[in-house]
Each structure stands twice: as C-alpha cells, then as structure tokens.
Design a protein around this ligand. Structure first.
Ligand code: ATP
Ligand code: ZN
Length: 302
C-alpha cells in the first residue's frame, strides 16, 4: 500500500466512466448536493459545492486506485471488489478495502452456466472441467469450498461464447436477466456471488481532513438513500374501524391521526420506507380506509 505523500483536504471518489454504473453513481452523488466542473478530457471532475472530486475510470481499476491511495472512495460492483481483494490476498498484499454502503442497484449474480440441454446434478459435475470466467479468484474460492477440482480459464470479454469456441466446457459469468446466456444456449445452474453496486472505501479511517468530508458525504448519502425509498401514505378512515386500519399500515414512523372536521372520520398520514404495494392499498381499503394517496418525498430533515 502506497500512502499518499501529502495529507489531503479534498476527497477523491472513483466512478465508472461509462458502462452500467457510471450514470447512476453520478446521479446518486448529485442527489447528495454535489456539483462539479468537468476537465476538458472529462476524466476528472472538480467538486464545487463540496471538496469532493471525481475520477472517471474503468470499473476494474477502482479497487486498485483506492488500495493505492490514489482515490479515497469508489462506486463499484461487489463482484469487482471481491475479485480484487482475493487477488491482492493471493499476492500477499491485503487490500484493506471494504464495503462502506450497499446501494441497492446494479444487482447481478455471478453464476455458473452449462449447456442448455445438459442436466445439472450439482457442483461435483464440474470436476475436471474448464470454466471460462472474468472472475477466476472468486470462482477458485467457490470451487475450493465445494471441494471441486476444476480449471478457471480467464477471459476478459465474451465469456458466454467460450464453450462454442472450444475454449472452455462451461462458464461462470455475470447474469441479471439471463438473456445473454439463453441467446448462447446456456442456462444458469448455481450462483456463486450476489452482487450490487457498493461504496468501497478503506477499512481504516482516513487520517487527515478527508475523514470529516467522508463522514459528511456518508450522512448525506444515507439521507438520500432513505429518501429514495420513502413514501408518504395519506388515507381516511371511519373512527370505528381505525384500529383495524392502523394495524394494517406498513412499518414506518408512527402515524399522525387527525380529526376530520364535522365527521366521525380521521385523516391518517404515515411515512413509509419502501414501496407501497397495490395489495397493501387494497387491504387497507377492504378494512374501511378511503381516499388513499401515495406520494413521493422530495426532501426530509428529521
Ligand atoms: P468498463 O469499461 O468500466 O470496464 P465493464 O464492461 O467491465 O466496463 P459493465 O458491463 O458496465 O462493465 O458492468 C459494470 C458492473 O455492472 C458489473 O461489474 C456488475 O457489477 C454490474 N452489472 C449489473 N448487471 C450486469 C450484467 N447483466 N452483466 C454485467 N454486469 C452487470
Ligand atoms: Zn470492467
């Protein structure tokens, strides 16, 4: 690990330049009130509203940039972070990186996939086979856990066509819908890692002004993540069925119950974390609630 030469008073966050995670990562940081000025080559963004700069890179480079102290935090798939950690470990250089937050998007699985027409009887079936993957360390760890001796074959792209090209017998690849596998006559049979986008950062605290900035950013981020999930549920209920209706409300903050002028009716409002399903609304209506409204929340300060 190469420590930064000078204490720094600006935080540097590595994001994927393009690809699946780049845009949502920038949107997330923008929702924390961050604004930037882009460099001409669009690889560096200078933070204007907070001392938080962005470095836009390939996702595979993000863990290394943090481990080497070039960047302080990064937004990257867990799959990339885990593979990097195992690689560093294998070369005797513990990465000391960890997941600071799970972001709930960019979800995918690292799956073993076999030919569509083959039967799957379990991991033992992989004994002696060549498995094409871009995640050889993660695969090797799983194979060891299963007590299976197979050979990971490292491919950096087009993993799913490897069996047809004779480069491997089966594959271990990232899957979200399974469409790419199906298009290549493959089927996923077992998951070796569940992934999503995460904030990656050092396991130790940053030892200069950056920690304070990181704390501020994490506080805003937690607020933004919570806000994204929050809904305000408004409804009315006859007083006689109020206990039933209250009992059905989704878990969240304590509801506010107000008397409706001139009627034996109350108006209820409650902040809910997570989506409110149609089934939940229908259940409330069935119990006697009316005028149900689900509203997005634009801002929150407890
Ligand atoms: P880069 O040019 O930055 O190296 P890439 O081609 O390696 O890009 P993307 O395909 O943009 O990367 O994927 C970035 C991340 O998105 C993956 O590492 C993974 O965490 C996540 N992801 C979500 N769904 C999928 C999917 N179906 N296939 C691949 N990655 C997925
Ligand atoms: Zn990549």
């Amino acid at each position: 690990m190469t420590p930064p030469a000078q204490p720094r008073d600006r935080l540097r966050v590595a994001l994927q330049k393009s690809g699946r995670l780049g845009e949502p990562a920038r949107e997330l940081l923008a929702s924390c009130g961050l604004t930037w000025r882009e460099s001409r080559d669009k690889l560096f963004c200078y933070g204007e509203s907070l001392p938080v700069d962005l470095l836009l890179v390939r996702d595979d480079d993000i863990p290394g940039l943090i481990a080497d102290g070039v960047c302080d935090l990064g937004i990257v798939g867990r799959n990339v972070l885990v593979e990097h950690g195992l690689e560093r470990e294998a070369s005797g250089r513990p990465a000391r990186l960890t997941e600071w937050r799970q972001l709930g998007w960019g979800a995918c699985r690292l799956d073993v996939a076999i030919e569509e027409d083959d039967e799957w009887t379990g991991p033992q079936q992989l004994e002696g086979l060549r498995i094409a993957t871009s995640y050889p360390r993660t695969l090797a760890r799983w194979l060891a856990e299963q007590g299976v001796d197979a050979q990971p074959v490292l491919l950096n792209g087009s993993v799913e066509i490897a069996p047809r090209l004779g480069q491997a017998d089966v594959v271990c690849d990232l899957v979200s819908t399974g469409g790419t596998l199906r298009a290549n006559q493959l089927k996923p049979v077992t998951t070796i890692l569940h992934s999503e986008a995460v904030i990656a950062g050092p396991s130790d605290t940053l030892d200069d002004g950056r920690q304070e900035i990181a704390d501020l950013l994490m506080r805003r981020l937690d607020g933004a993540l919570q806000l994204k999930e929050s809904r305000l549920l408004l409804l009315r209920s006859d007083r006689r069925v109020l206990p039933d209706v209250l009992g059905l409300l989704p878990a969240g903050h304590a509801p506010t119950v107000l008397q409706v002028d001139g009627r034996d009716e109350v108006s209820i409002q409650v902040l809910v974390h997570g989506p409110v399903s149609w089934a939940k609304l229908e259940g409330l209506k069935h119990a006697g609630a009316s005028n149900l409204l689900v509203l997005p929340v634009e801002g929150m300060l407890a």
